[in-house]
Design a protein around this ligand. Structure first.
Ligand SMILES: Nc1ncnc2c1ncn2[C@@H]1O[C@H](COP(=O)(O)OP(=O)(O)OP(=O)(O)O)[C@@H](O)[C@H]1O
Ligand SMILES: [Mg+2]
Length: 275
């Protein structure tokens, strides 16, 4: 399995294209110049080709969310090294990026349709157009019949479907996902992973997906980037050579899936206690 750990510069298909995301020796220190400086991310380098799906795994506090935040340009403090999104340095409010978090963060006073259309509204898409597009996406995630329901009338899984619809409705080429299914039960999670795979196949975005769930990382990703405990360093960049389209459920009975699982688990164990 040694070849699994080999870095593959631009990932699988489309390797000739310019990277959609590039991190070069990215280092992030919080509280520089204070008594409590924290080295959160230490010289991390990886890139994603357009349309690639890459998961980021590593122990709690290793800087996964920090890396996503750095890509959005929303952090008050500056990193060292170089970060590029579609060839440009990060900038707050970049419409090329959509960000989805673990908690659905739906607005309780808006219907599923109003929520799915919300991101487009912020970006100034006209009402008719955004409602048409939001409804399309709600149908894609299986919520077509719930467009007029409010979040309190939706299960947690349904709310995450709605959040997926809102995120994909933005039509941003780059999608950052921070443990989006982390708070779901195992069965709902498998279902939502399949929904995400369908959306990703249809819309082909470049995705950085943060998760603590190795099975989820393997099932969804073209590559898995493994980080050590804080300060977060890159341990490995593991290509997942499993055929697509994948059924997350069926993969559970594929021996290669379990080999990847053991391999990633071993890498994570190496990186624990690095602090
Ligand atoms: N805005 C901030 N100011 C100061 N320190 C921060 C800030 N954001 C993150 N950190 C620190 O950076 C380190 C990495 O945090 P981060 O949230 O990126 O970890 P993570 O890998 O996402 O963890 P988890 O898996 O628990 O979500 C932690 O030590 C955290 O305390
Ligand atoms: Mg985090």
């Amino acid at each position: 399995m040694n070849d699994m750990a080999a870095a593959r510069p631009n990932g699988a298909p489309g390797a000739a294209a310019a990277p959609a995301i590039e991190l070069n020796d990215l280092t992030m220190r919080f509280g520089v110049g204070t008594a409590s400086t924290v080295l959160a991310v230490d010289r991390v380098s990886f890139s994603l080709a357009p349309g690639e799906f890459v998961s980021l795994i590593g122990p709690s506090g290793c800087g996964k969310t920090t890396i996503l935040n750095l890509l959005t340009g929303l952090l008050a403090e500056e990193p060292e090294g170089d970060v590029r999104v579609l060839g440009k340095p990060p900038s707050a409010g970049n419409p090329d990026i959509a960000y989805m978090l673990a908690r659905d963060s739906l607005l309780p006073w808006r219907s599923a349709l109003g929520n799915a259309a919300f991101g487009m509204e912020v970006r100034g898409v006209p009402k008719k157009e955004r409602e048409r597009h939001a409804l399309e996406l709600l149908k894609e995630v299986g919520l077509g019949d719930f467009a007029d329901k409010y979040p309190k009338a939706l299960s947690h899984g349904m709310r995450q479907r709605c959040a997926l619809a809102r995120t994909f409705a933005l039509d941003s080429p780059v999608l950052l996902m921070d443990e989006p299914f982390g708070a779901l039960d195992a069965q709902t999670k498998l279902t939502l992973e399949d929904v995400l795979m369908r959306l990703w196949s249809a819309h082909r975005k470049t995705v950085v997906f943060v998760t603590h769930d190795l099975a989820e990382a393997i099932a969804l990703s073209d590559r898995v980037v493994v980080m050590s405990a804080r300060p977060g360093r890159m341990i490995a960049d593991v290509p997942i050579d499993l055929p697509r389209p994948r059924s997350v459920r069926k993969l559970q009975s594929d021996h290669r899936f379990h080999e990847y699982y053991a391999h990633l688990w071993g890498l994570l164990e190496q990186g624990v206690g690095d602090e």
